[in-house]
Design a binder for this molecule. Structure first.
Ligand SMILES: [Zn+2]
Ligand SMILES: [Zn+2]
Length: 438
C-alpha cells in the first residue's frame, strides 16, 4: 500500500490522505483549513480522475469541507461515512457555503455530492476495488470513525480525530486488539505538556468559575464548535444545574448548535449506552432540557446582550473566526464583570488563539473587539492527549510505521522523536505531498 499526505501535514486543518494499492486509489478525509483565508488540500481535478472513493472520518469541516469543491471539479464517485457523519456534514457544509460562498463550487456539484452518499456501519467491512475498509468508533464526535484500510499485504489505521477518554456523549475510541502495519495518527495534543485532567475535574473548575461570574451579575460566553464540544458542554452544564452545583440562570444556545442538537437526539443510538437508557427508560431527555433556550432571531440575541440578567451563552464559532459570538463580544467583551471561557482547540492565526495568548484587542471579520472581560480556559477536549497517544501507539499489534498528522509542526516533530526513541517504530511527521509505502 502507498500513502500520500495531501493535507494536515505539520498543521491542524485540511485533513486529506490518499491510500493506494495496485490501481485502487481512495481518499481518507477531504477537509479545508479555516482561518483568515481558507486553505485546501493538494488534490486537483487531474488527480481526482483516478480516485475510486472518498471516506470521511467525521463531519468537522477540517475533514469534510472540501467535498463540495471535489464534486464541483467533476468527481462522480461515492463518499462513504456513518449516518450521523453525513447528517452533520450536510449541516456544516451548508453553513460553510452560506458564509464563504466559494466561487468554484457549483450548484451541480452540490447536487451530485448529496446523491453520492454510501452509509457505512461501524465495524462492517466494505470494499473499494482492491482495498478493504472498516470504520471503528473514534469517540471524538457523533458518528466519528477511525478508518482501517487493508490490502492483501498490509494494513493501515488512520485515527482521524479520536478521543480515548470517556465523555458524556460517547464511548472512547475502540483500542482493543487492533492490528496495523502503519498508523496515521492525529497529533493535535501530542506535546510534552498536553496532559489532560479527567473531564469531570475540569468541569468542576469551570462550574466554579461560572458561579463566580453569575454571583457578580455577569454573563459567561462559551464559544464552541457547533458539533461535538457544544453538545458535550451543554449536557454537562445541565447536569450541574439540575444537581444544584451550578446556579440556575438561563443557558442560551446560539448558532448552528441547536440544529446539531436535534441530529444528536435522533441519532442517540450512536451515543453512550448510559445516555440512551436515560432517554428511553427514564423519559429524561437532556437534549430537550428546560434549562436550554435556543436563540432563533437577531432580536432575541439583542435582548440577551442588553438585559442585565446573568446567563450562560454557548455559541459558535469555537475559534472566534465568525458567527454569533462576534455580536456578543462586541458589547459584552468590554465589561470586566463578564467572562469568556475557551474550551476547545484554538488554531494559530485565529482570534481565539490571540485571546488565549492574552491579546487585549482582537480583530474578527474586520471588527475590532476590545477585551475587557475575563478570559478563562478550561480544556474540555475531544482529542487524545499525549499519554493516550503514546499508549495507543504501543497497544497496536504488528506496528512498524507511525505518521503524525493534524498537529502543529513543533508538536508533531517532537512527538515522533519521542516515539522513535523506542527504536521499534519508524515514526515520521510527514511533509505536505510526501508519499511512503505503508
Ligand atoms: Zn474533529
Ligand atoms: Zn480535525
Amino acid at each position: 500500500m502507498k500513502v500520500t499526505f495531501l493535507g494536515a501535514a505539520g498543521e491542524v486543518g485540511r485533513s486529506c490522505i490518499m491510500v493506494e494499492e495496485d490501481n485502487t486509489k481512495v481518499i481518507l478525509d477531504a477537509g479545508i483549513k479555516l482561518g483568515k483565508k481558507i486553505e485546501f488540500p493538494v488534490l486537483d481535478k487531474e488527480m481526482l480522475k483516478s480516485v475510486d472513493g472518498i471516506i470521511l472520518s467525521h463531519a468537522h469541516l477540517d475533514h469534510s469541507g472540501y467535498l463540495p469543491h471535489i464534486y464541483s471539479m467533476g468527481y462522480e464517485g461515492f463518499a462513504f461515512a456513518t449516518k450521523p457523519t453525513f447528517e452533520l456534514t450536510n449541516v456544516l457544509i451548508s453553513d460553510y457555503m452560506r458564509i464563504s460562498n466559494p466561487e468554484d463550487v457549483t450548484k451541480q456539484g452540490l447536487a451530485n455530492m448529496t446523491k453520492k452518499h454510501k452509509i457505512v456501519e461501524y465495524g462492517k467491512e466494505f470494499k473499494i476495488n482492491n482495498l478493504r475498509f472498516r470504520l471503528l468508533t473514534a469517540g471524538h464526535i457523533l458518528g466519528s470513525a477511525m478508518i482501517e484500510a487493508s490490502s492483501s499485504k498490509s494494513r493501515l489505521l488512520y485515527t482521524g480525530d479520536f478521543n480515548l477518554a470517556v465523555s458524556k456523549l460517547l464511548e472512547p475510541a475502540s483500542n482493543l486488539g487492533l492490528k496495523a502495519d502503519t498508523l496515521v495518527t492525529e497529533s493535535t495534543y501530542s506535546g510534552k505538556d498536553d496532559i489532560f485532567k479527567p473531564e469531570k475535574a475540569t468541569m468542576d473548575l469551570m462550574v466554579g468559575s461560572l458561579n463566580d461570574t453569575i454571583t457578580r451579575g455577569g454573563k459567561a460566553i462559551v464559544p464552541s464548535f457547533a458539533v461535538g464540544r457544544a453538545q458535550e458542554i451543554l449536557l454537562l452544564l445541565d447536569d450541574y444545574m439540575k444537581s444544584g452545583r451550578l446556579q440556575k440562570v438561563p443557558i442560551y444556545i446560539d448558532g448552528m448548535i441547536g440544529k446539531a442538537m436535534r441530529i444528536h437526539r435522533h441519532n442517540v443510538i450512536y451515543c453512550r449506552d448510559e445516555l440512551q437508557k436515560r432517554i428511553l427508560m427514564n423519559d429524561d431527555d437532556p437534549f430537550k432540557s428546560s434549562n436550554f433556550n435556543v436563540i432563533k432571531t437577531r432580536g432575541e440575541r439583542k435582548n440577551i446582550i442588553n438585559s442585565s440578567e446573568s446567563s450562560i451563552i454557548v455559541t459558535t464559532s469555537g475559534m472566534l473566526t465568525g458567527g454569533p459570538v462576534v455580536n456578543y463580544l462586541q458589547t459584552l467583551g468590554k465589561d470586566a464583570k463578564n467572562k469568556i471561557i475557551l474550551v476547545g482547540y484554538q488554531a494559530v492565526g485565529t482570534p481565539g488563539r490571540e485571546l488565549f495568548d492574552g491579546k487585549k484587542e482582537i480583530q474578527i471579520e474586520e471588527k475590532t473587539i476590545k477585551v475587557g472581560l475575563e478570559v478563562n480556559t478550561y480544556h474540555i477536549s475531544a482529542h487524545a492527549d499525549r499519554p493516550h497517544l503514546v499508549n495507543f501507539v504501543k497497544s497496536l499489534k504488528g506496528l512498524k510505521n507511525v505518521y503524525a498528522v493534524h498537529g502543529e509542526k513543533v508538536k508533531a516533530d517532537e512527538f515522533v522523536d519521542y516515539i522513535n526513541k523506542d527504536h521499534k517504530f519508524n515514526a515520521v511527521a510527514p511533509e505536505q505531498g510526501s508519499s511512503y509505502s505503508a
